[in-house]
Write a protein that binds this ligand. Structure first.
Ligand code: NAD
Length: 498
């Protein structure tokens, strides 16, 4: 979608006010919860208020979801009718793509050039993909002896709880909501307290599209109350989560402390981007490597935050990538020229600063950046750090900010060793003109995705898989429908004729 700066400027100050929870097909005030001020990271000013939901608020949403599931208004609706409604939802998202994108940027600071495609664009595409799929996935008949007919039914699991982070809320939310709804479930979604607005609007759009009351509910609030209540509920059948490993761990405990619900976890990363000396056009690879970490100011789960460069080109590459970092246009997230928007929260800005301080203390060299930008809102300079050791904090831990750690390697074996020496396993990149080496690296790297001669780029057709401590599940792809379905076997004894 071509972006028009004037249209964006007209939406900059659009009034939002207080957004309530969306439960049982309507906006509902809180029973006994508080309020959260929504501060725009691009300006530092309050733009809205959301509900800090209490346990009772979340329980009301779960009850609405359970009731709607039990009455079959969605679960037992003819598949072609469910499909038509999800198509309509995709259309409604597209009709107000710019409004949604601007609202989301005001909420979480992503640069508009990225947000327009990644948020409403991708969400609409995701709803369409699972709408198209929902009547094309069949049950099975298993091979048994002739006196028996064994059928495997696929049924919706019931009530799905979804908890999502503040980066790309619409995209990541849709990766969970769309297959869950397509499979016939009812959903309670808890967005991040730092990025709830577009998901609240999505719930309203779903209702306008014809999703019955109670089938898709959104409750806002902080993790320790609203998220925890959802995770501990005996009435939530599956929990799907994207966020940090620390919270993921809590959720697994919550499952064990309640009804053993399956918990699908999509967690963080410390993804290596490996550049061999036969990478081709060095300046272009350096530019793309810089974009792979500095887009959205590094607040991307698959961000290439570790750059491994072969010895023979290390010095030249460091120079090129540092120049690209320096040239990144950081600033007003609603300016179409901006290449790296705001830092999502004040706490995340502090975290970036503290990581750089720790790196300095560990003896690493800060080549460019390393400090916040003095202006309203939260901004941090694209930062390149030459890491002194393999144990430096910027090499080992996820910053989730515009901070690139660069290391050197000798040969292929050394590159694989360094790349895999991490508790994470989400994404990776390899740059080489040697096709055999490229394939060898794909086999050896411990990550859910290996990009070859590019970094980033994804499609709803291919799964995003977390391995090691980057998660136990995946989002996207046709297979994701099965996360929200349970199998039931019908074992039917057939009467035999003489
Ligand atoms: P976070 O883990 O702090 O919060 C995620 C969600 O969990 C929020 O909605 C939060 O309110 C909720 N939460 C917090 N404490 C909770 C608790 N005790 N019980 C239940 N819910 C709770 O993560 P974040 O800061 O919002 O997002 C950044 C993290 O998300 C990074 O680690 C990033 O890598 C990861 N991420 C992963 C992917 C992926 O696909 N693998 C995509 C985007 C972001």
């Amino acid at each position: 979608m071509a972006l028009d700066q004037e249209k964006i400027n007209n939406l900059r100050e659009a009034h939002i006010g207080t957004m309530q929870n969306f439960i049982d097909g309507r906006w509902q005030v809180s029973n006994d919860g508080g309020e959260i001020a929504v501060v725009s990271p691009g300006t530092g000013r309050q733009i809205a208020t959301i509900i800090d939901s209490s346990e009772r608020d979340v329980e009301a949403a779960i009850s609405a979801a359970r009731r709607s599931f039990s009455d079959g208004s969605w679960a037992r609706m003819a598949p072609h009718a469910r499909k038509a409604i999800l198509f309509r939802l995709a259309e409604l998202i597209e009709n107000e793509a710019l409004q949604l994108a601007v609202m989301g940027v005001r909420d979480n600071g992503t640069e508009i050039g990225m947000a327009i495609g990644a948020e409403p664009g991708s969400a609409a595409n995701t709803f369409r993909f699972y709408a198209e799929a929902l009547d094309k996935v069949n049950g099975d008949i298993t091979p048994t002896s002739p006196e028996v007919l064994s059928l495997i039914h696929r049924e919706p699991v019931g009530v799905v709880g979804a908890i999502v982070p503040w980066n790309f809320p619409l995209m990541i939310g849709a990766w969970k909501i769309a297959p869950a709804l397509a499979a016939g479930n009812s959903v309670v979604l808890k967005p991040s307290e730092a990025a709830s607005l577009t998901l609240l609007r999505l719930a309203e759009l779903a209702s306008l599209a014809g999703v019955p009351p109670g089938v898709f509910n959104v409750v806002t609030g902080i993790g320790a109350t609203a998220g925890r209540t959802l995770a501990l509920s005996d009435d939530v059948d599956v929990l799907t989560f994207t966020g940090s490993g620390q919270v993921g761990r809590h959720l697994l405990h919550s499952s064990a402390d309640s009804n053993f619900k399956p918990v699908h976890l999509e967690l963080g990363g410390k993804s290596p981007n490996i550049v061999f000396d036969d990478c081709g056009d060095l300046a272009s690879v350096a530019y793309q490597s810089a974009r792979a970490i500095f887009a959205n100011s590094g607040q991307v789960c698959v961000a290439a935050s570790r750059l491994l460069v072969q010895d023979s080109i290390y010095d030249r590459f460091l120079e090129e990538v540092s120049a690209a970092a320096d040239a990144t246009i950081v600033g007003d997230p609603l300016d179409i020229k901006t290449q790296a928007g705001a830092i999502g929260t004040a706490a995340q800005l502090e975290k970036n600063i503290s990581f750089v301080d720790r790196a300095r203390q560990a003896g690493d060299s800060v080549i460019v950046g390393g400090e916040n930008i003095e202006r309203d809102g939260y901004f941090f300079k694209p930062t390149v750090i030459a890491a002194l050791s393999e144990t430096s904090p910027v090499v080992r831990d996820e910053v989730f900010g515009p901070v690139l750690a660069i290391q050197r390697f000798r040969d292929e074996e050394d590159a694989v060793r360094l790349a895999n020496d991490t508790s994470y396993g989400l994404s990776s990149g390899v740059w080489t003109q040697n096709i055999s080496r490229a394939h060898r690296m794909v086999r050896k790297l411990q990550a859910g995705v290996v990009h070859v001669n590019c970094y980033g780029g994804a499609d709803i057709t291919a799964p995003l898989v977390g391995t090691k401590q980057s998660g136990n599940g995946f989002d996207r792809s046709l297979e994701a429908l099965s996360k929200y379905q349970k199998r039931k076997t019908a074992w039917i004894k057939l009467e035999q004729t003489a």
